[in-house]
Design a protein around this ligand. Structure first.
Ligand code: 26V
Length: 815
């Protein structure tokens, strides 16, 4: 890698001339960005070749494959420059060529191949695996279109296709020689040969899976071996098209091509509703079969036999979306390798582990038998056999197991339950925060917990602190490094050293300044985009995440309405000044979530144009919340809204990103908020509302009546009547569905029930904010305790407890 800016400049100019063949002055920003990425990629692969060589000298490490339908990567360039340690060299070198690095960084499209938490977690994990020296690779789909771009038109969300590949994506390398053929539909002919059954898949529709590799490059990484492999679906060969064309069969030829290309065409933008579409099932099998095909091929090349497969390979499935890994691995072992069922099953279970990310019943995947049988006939046969053997064993082991048999089989009522398949076919199932894991064990998978108690573990989520603190918040990172040295970048626990500055007035003052500057920066951006100015002295109260009923953006809206109502009556009723910042995408077909966006927008308009509120209240909805915008927002937040109905948010990861940037949490005892509270202590977090136990109990005994809240709380009553009138909008019907969800349908997410406690706790927070000294101390305390929420910690736990894989970095450090 380059040692100084001159060697960088020379290499850059040489590369530019080689690939662009014109002068720098004539080049576009894209040309300059493209050249920089190509140069870095080549340097990285040189290092990689070297480390592969050195790694081979030692005992081969266990390979971990992280299968995920989603990788929400965001931009790579800046993060990689920091990880490699050449950001300054490159910045200065380019400046001497009259090139602004920031402009090049802006050229990169956000790789938005994910919906939200689950996809971003996968991306954070890739970084931490590379950092820790776990030989770990991502396996996913190269969607031509990522998550839609959100445009707000008159307060309504509209969706624009995210053509992130339109200029090309220079980080990826196409590997056509590593392609795999994936087979759909057709029929299975069974033949008996020397007492063995042989399965022939005939008349299938072939799809060519072509891999594109993206190098994963973490901080000070001496183990440069990791890779994200994304598969693209292509027609098997152009000859096939041509043959059909030549026979005059144009439509058939074209429909084959477009059916195939549809598979990796677009990411499904729903993250809460399992719709059971055939195309989605095709996507799932497509990347599972391609990924496993490549893994088995390379394993056999290295080892000859598959006997010890699970000692050399760990396969992790991110939610149930890749759960077809289980029958597919069985199929490979049995049909292609001629192994028997028992041996295949033992290896499969030993290789596979599964993470559950949600308890929302509507998100649990179930596929109709008829659909699966037709699309994947051989996989269906294997699932049937897995189910049959599981039931048989269960009957033998449990005397009276009728109850167990009702909830645990893979096949139930004409459907295939993917979570059941994932639990039965893996050696480890984990939840993503302690509370979530407890709910899985005691409620959602209670019966499985009785059968396979030993498989259940908790692995609390974490986030990549090198992206969300080091890269996203340079000012704070510098301040922290000046105080405690750079060790926190590689060991986030070292952030605890910041406790030494708890009473240091000048440090706290600097911390306040950094926050102020970050707020100013966000304010400028918002003003440019929306013409609304958010005073950086006001409290920035931020609520950014996907829009969902259970995440309760509505509760926050009610808070703003209530403050506004009170201020109108008495301008002195509320002290301090507030900027309420919202952001997040609604699934395109989720009408309720879309009306929440409209509601925020209309309320914002009303308040922002009320001159009397100028010094008091501001409300904005930030369009198109994505990874890059998130990196701007977290550093500027004072208060982090984590207000889901207790028990519903599996973990949350935004809560951790806010915390490490010094925001204080206003939240329920849900997901990882519980652990954040434990880490910081009660006085440094604002907790309100029903507990998970109370919510579960209310749901069970049905004793909650939302009308009672309406009748007993006049402030709430007023808000509800405003919602149901033309107070915000000419058309009073616009928010009728929201109103009905609360009163007619008894407020499933306890918005009304938690309102009062939320308001009280918010007021507590506001009071403390007025005392900046106290606030800054709490802010520092939160940063100091955030180390445990680094994904480095999480990945270490996965490596030791689940994958039984080595973290080469830790071992070296521990020696
Ligand atoms: C579910 C579905 C359902 C079928 C249609 C397509 C689709 C796509 C994605 C999902 C995933 C939903 C689960 C999810 O995103 N869970 C989130 O995972 C985060 C990481 O563990 C966690 O922090 C959040 O609390 C949890 O909601």
């Amino acid at each position: 890698m380059f040692s100084d800016k001159n060697s960088f400049k020379d290499a850059y100019l040489e590369k530019y001339a080689e690939i662009k063949g014109k002068s720098i002055e004539e080049g576009t920003l894209w040309d300059k960005y493209h050249t920089l990425v190509v140069l870095l990629k080549e340097e990285i692969s040189l290092c990689r070749a070297f480390t592969n060589y050195t790694a081979d000298q030692k005992q081969p490490a266990k390979q971990v494959y992280y299968f995920s339908m989603e990788f929400l990567i965001g931009k790579l360039l800046n993060n990689y420059l920091i990880n490699i340690g050449i950001q300054t060299i490159v910045h200065e070198g380019l400046a001497e060529l009259n090139i602004d690095l920031q402009e090049l960084i802006a050229q990169e499209s956000d790789a938005g191949l994910g919906n939200g938490g689950l996809g971003r977690l996968a991306a954070c994990f890739l970084d931490s695996m590379a950092f820790l020296g776990v030989v770990g690779h991502g396996n996913g789909i190269r969607y031509k279109y990522g998550l839609f771009e959100q445009k707000i038109v008159n307060g309504h969300q509209t969706e624009i296709a995210d053509h992130w590949l339109k200029n090309g994506y220079p980080w990826e390398t196409r590997k056509p020689d590593k392609a795999i053929v994936v087979k759909f539909k057709g029929n299975i002919r069974v033949e008996r040969v020397q007492g063995r059954l042989i399965f022939h898949h005939e008349n299938y529709e072939p799809v060519l899976a072509v891999p594109y590799d993206i190098p994963i490059f973490s901080y000070e990484n001496p183990f440069l071996i990791n890779n994200l492999r994304l598969w693209s679906a292509e027609p098997l060969s152009s000859e096939l098209d041509l043959a059909l064309f030549n026979q005059g069969n144009f439509t058939q030829a074209l429909s084959y091509k477009s059916e195939v290309e549809a598979i990796s065409y677009i990411l499904y933008p729903e993250d809460s509703n399992h719709a059971g579409r055939e195309l989605r099932l095709k996507q799932e099998y497509f990347f599972v079969a391609a990924g496993l095909g490549a893994i088995v091929r390379s394993y056999k090349k290295r080892n000859g036999t598959l006997k010890d497969f699970s000692q050399g390979v760990a396969i992790h499935i991110n939610d149930t979306h890749p759960a077809l890994c289980i029958p597919e691995l069985m199929r490979i072992f049995i049909d292609e390798e001629g192994m028997d069922w028992e041996e295949s099953w033992n290896i499969t279970v030993d290789a596979i582990s599964y993470t559950n990310h949600t308890i929302m019943p509507e998100a649990l995947e179930k596929w109709p038998v008829s659909l699966l049988k037709n699309l994947l006939p051989r996989i269906y046969m294997i699932i049937e056999e897995i189910d049959r053997r599981f039931k048989e064993k269960l009957l033998r082991r449990f005397f009276n197991c009728e109850e167990l048999l009702r909830s645990t089989p893979v096949m139930r009522e004409g459907q295939i339950c993917m979570a059941n398949l994932a639990i039965i076919g893996s050696h480890s199932i984990n939840g993503v925060a302690r509370l979530h894991t407890e709910i899985l064990k005691q409620h959602v998978f209670k019966d499985f917990h009785r059968i396979f108690g030993y498989k259940f573990t908790n692995l609390t989520n974490g986030v990549n602190h090198r992206r969300f603190l080091l890269t996203a918040n340079p000012a704070l990172s510098e301040l922290v490094t000046e105080a405690i040295g750079p060790g926190w970048k590689t060991n986030a626990n070292e952030l605890k050293k910041l406790h030494n500055y708890q009473e240091d007035a000048s440090f706290l003052e600097q911390l306040g300044k950094v926050k102020y500057q970050n707020k100013q920066r966000l304010a400028l951006m918002i003003q440019e985009k929306q013409g609304i100015y958010l005073d950086p002295h006001s409290l920035y109260d931020v609520h950014v995440k996907r829009i969902h009923a259970y995440k309760r953006q509505l509760l926050n809206v009610f808070k703003v309405m209530d403050l506004y109502n009170r201020l109108q009556r008495d301008p002195e009723a509320v002290q301090g000044s507030y900027s309420f910042i919202f952001g997040g995408k609604a699934a395109p077909g989720y009408h309720y979530a879309k009306s929440i966006i409209k509601l925020i927008h209309d309320l914002a308009q009303k308040i922002n144009k009320d001159q009397r509120m100028k010094e008091k209240l501001r409300v904005v909805f930030l369009e198109n919340f994505n990874v890059s915008l998130a990196e701007r927002i977290y550093p500027a937040a004072d208060l982090s809204e984590q207000i889901s109905t207790a028990s519903k948010e599996a973990s949350g990861t935004g809560n951790m990103k806010f915390m490490m940037n010094g925001a204080l949490t206003l939240g329920t005892l849900d997901g990882a908020n519980v652990e954040i509270k434990e880490a910081v202590g009660d006085e440094h977090i604002f907790i309100f509302g029903l507990t998970a136990g109370e919510v579960i109990e209310y749901n069970r005994n049905r004793s909650y009546k939302s009308w009672d809240e309406y009748h007993t709380n006049p402030r709430l009553k007023k808000i509800l009547e405003q919602l149901n009138s033309n107070y915000l909008l000419e058309n009073a019907q616009e928010f009728r569905a929201i109103y009905d969800s609360l009163l007619l349908y008894n407020d499933e997410f306890y918005v009304l029930k938690d309102f009062e406690s939320y308001m009280r706790t918010f007021e507590e927070a506001s009071k403390i904010y007025l005392n900046q000294d106290m606030w800054l101390k709490s802010s520092l305390h939160n940063i100091a305790e955030s180390g445990v929420f680094s994904s480095d910690r999480t990945i270490r736990e996965y490596a030791h407890q689940v994958w039984r894989a080595r973290c080469r970095r830790i071992e070296e450090k521990e020696e």
